[in-house]
Design a protein around this ligand. Structure first.
Ligand SMILES: Nc1nc2c(ncn2[C@@H]2O[C@H](COP(=O)(O)OP(=O)(O)OP(=O)(O)O)[C@@H](O)[C@H]2O)c(=O)[nH]1
Ligand SMILES: [Mg+2]
Length: 256
């Protein structure tokens, strides 16, 4: 069992983000620190040798999760819903660079700390986020069920994943904004089909109502706990390769 010490910072922006140029275009941007940072809730008595988040949250294993997907799909809202149980309604403020939050979950009696990295979906921050893929244990790939383009772009996000993340990274596909039934542009079956094609677990979520949000993060935490819920992967030969030609030499799918 890993008992690593966690950084005590909560909600801090990565240094790289602060060095980024100011936002332009129609959307306002928010630095990672713009969100209110809640205090960690107590999570059992201190135990000798057990690392803590600094606010009373002790954990046994730590797991880094990255949220990726097009700008506006709801990555930040999903994280805020999971961490704070609230929905960020109102003006859409794009994330600048990258931000993170920690939350400890109880998974079958073991405390699993999720360090969740919220990336900017905007193209101009792509080089910043690439640097963080390598350390991620899990990637949540988000699209917006009311935005077909964000669904179509999932393949491009998978390509990025194959290029920059560890080959054994845990992946999950999430279709967010499922509360907006009337504006739905991507059928649930299409999400399921894509997930099956790539051997990914799949859920539809709503950061607005909270539907499946805890469930999605808990499933990820379980996959981060060795011996629990191994990722259902398709056999390599059934997964079509989406590698860029220059990465094929190192492709782990070996299908071309
Ligand atoms: N109806 C509905 N709206 C949502 C949901 N999640 C997010 N939104 C809205 O979608 C917009 C974008 O949400 P964000 O979470 O900021 O999007 P993001 O993916 O973090 O975008 P970037 O930071 O630019 O990458 C905001 O106006 C949110 O209020 C949801 O589940 N349902
Ligand atoms: Mg965001």
């Amino acid at each position: 069992m890993s008992r690593k010490k966690t950084p005590k910072t909560k909600g801090a922006s990565a240094p790289a983000a602060s060095a980024l140029p100011a936002a332009n275009g129609s959307r306002p941007t928010r630095p990672g620190t713009a969100r209110p940072v809640p205090q960690a809730r107590p999570n059992g008595p201190p135990q000798p040798g057990r690392p803590s988040l600094g606010g009373g949250d002790f954990y046994d294993v730590a797991f880094k999760v990255m949220l990726v997907g097009d700008s506006g799909v709801g990555k930040t809202c999903l994280l805020v819903r999971f961490k704070d149980g609230a929905f960020l309604a109102g003006t859409f403020i794009s994330t600048v660079g990258i931000d993170f939050r920690n939350k400890v979950l109880d998974v079958d009696g073991m405390k699993v700390k999720l360090q969740i990295w919220d990336t900017a979906g905007q193209e101009r921050f792509r080089s910043v986020t690439h640097a963080y893929y390598r350390d991620a244990h899990a990637l949540l790939l988000l699209y917006d069920v009311t935005n077909k383009a964000s669904f179509d772009n999932i393949q491009a996000w998978l390509t990025e994943t194959q290029e920059y993340a560890q080959h054994d990274v845990v992946l999950m596909l999430l279709g967010n904004k499922v509360d907006s039934a009337q504006e739905r542009a991507v059928k649930r079956e299409d999400g399921e089909k894509l997930a099956k094609e790539y051997g990914l677990p799949f859920m539809e979520t709503s950061a607005k109502t909270g539907l499946n949000v805890d469930l999605a993060f808990t499933a990820i935490a379980k996959q981060g706990k060795p011996g629990l819920l191994p990722v259902p992967r398709a056999a390599p030969q059934t997964i079509p390769c989406i590698c860029a030609p220059r990465t094929r030499a190192t492709c782990f799918q070996l299908t071309h």
